[in-house]
Design a protein around this ligand. Sequence first.
Ligand SMILES: [Zn+2]
Length: 135
Amino acid sequence: MNEHLTESDISAWVMGDRSNTHVTECAECRIEVAAMEAALLEFRASAHELAAGQTPVVRVAEPRPWWPQLALAAAAVALLLAIPAWQRAERERVAKQEAADTALLRQVDAEVSRAVPGPMEPLVSLVSWDGSNTQ
Ligand SMILES: [Zn+2]
């Protein structure tokens, strides 16, 4: 078995020079040759794409814009600042509702505790509650 192919032997084989028969006997060198052929095919495809005016296969990722993150942070800060004001407004609303409920309950209590309905109150003075006549 001969020595393995040098780089120039591999290049010559890939370019079509088949005089060195070591490749047919050595799997290791066949792998080297196949890798070189694959790289050349890839280069050829890229060159054809560039020639056709297409964008190259390798793309550099565009930098992400910074302003969405800034807007998100500003929204979070605004939310944090708004929470105490909302809590204060909620406490005031609850206090007002409690005051209105208390006033309504007092009114209902006053209405219920009347001996007779309001329109009949002037008649109360004409009636004796102990059964005797006031006249
Ligand atoms: Zn070899």
